[in-house]
Design a protein around this ligand. Structure first.
Ligand SMILES: NC(=S)c1ccno1
Length: 242
């Protein structure tokens, strides 16, 4: 997977060099390139924003630097990339959407700032590549960079070979529509609190049954909205969301 990220704060994306994303890059599973939008502005102040037509508070990101940046990035890879624009007005990131992103060979992320990017950039981009606006949730950030870190992590960790142990992806929250079960490690007693005895029983069937029940109870308590669609509730049933 290739990820190109365009931002006026390239340093925000430094964490992608760390830990698993960094290892994935060194393994060749993930190629990440960060581009400074201001490199595509031609005035001496490297301006990328201006006042909004129609008035209103704040500034809007100018179309020309964005278009030049996108056109430059599009020359760097093979095939057609998908443009991802993080924003509160987009489809909400889910595990299913993370899998869709993980299936893409090439993603370009446009990190908006201020009041957003001139709408004509979305229109022009859609003439040459798929464009998706994706939100982390129903809240507003100051820009897209934090969201891009989350989106790349959510997608890249699903790439074969990214996680050292692929088993750790099984029974994670949201994989089958249920939240994950509680986990425990040594010591068996801590501050007078015991590990559930079933986990010390050595009976794998009972452990599996207990864990599934815990997932159902947690999902019912914390995310009842997920319960109706979960494939885990209909043994053998197929959840069409994946
Ligand atoms: N909710 C998201 S992803 C966002 C990006 C910028 N502002 O909000």
């Amino acid at each position: 997977m290739r990820c190109d990220i365009i931002s006026i704060f390239p340093e925000y994306l430094e964490p992608l060099k760390l830990s698993l994303p960094g290892q994935a890059q060194r393994k060749g599973l993930l190629d990440v390139a960060v581009h400074d939008l201001r490199d595509f502005s031609h005035d001496r102040h490297r301006t990328v924003d201006d006042t909004p037509y129609g008035g209103g508070a704040g500034m809007v990101m100018k179309p020309q630097p964005w278009w030049e940046a996108l056109e430059h990035v599009r020359t760097l890879g093979d095939g057609t990339p998908t443009l991802i624009v993080p924003g509160p007005g987009g489809e909400v990131l889910t595990q299913r959407l993370a899998r869709e992103l993980a299936d893409e060979d090439w993603l370009i992320f446009a990190c908006g700032r201020y009041e957003g990017i001139d709408e004509r950039v979305y229109e022009a981009a859609a003439d040459v590549m798929p464009v998706r606006v994706i939100s982390l949730g129903d809240y507003v950030l100051n820009g897209g960079e934090v969201a891009v870190l989350a989106m790349i992590e959510a997608a890249a960790r699903l790439l074969p070979g990214f996680m050292g142990n692929a088993e750790s992806l099984v029974e994670e929250s949201h994989e089958d529509g249920l939240l994950e079960y509680p986990v425990y490690t040594k010591p068996a007693t801590w501050q007078g609190r015991e590990v559930p005895p079933v986990l010390l029983s050595g009976d794998h069937g009972k452990v599996a049954a207990w864990r599934h029940q815990q997932r159902l109870e947690r999902t019912a308590a914390r995310r009842p909205d997920l319960l109706h669609a979960s494939s885990a509730l209909t043994p053998g049933g197929v959840d069409d969301r994946w």
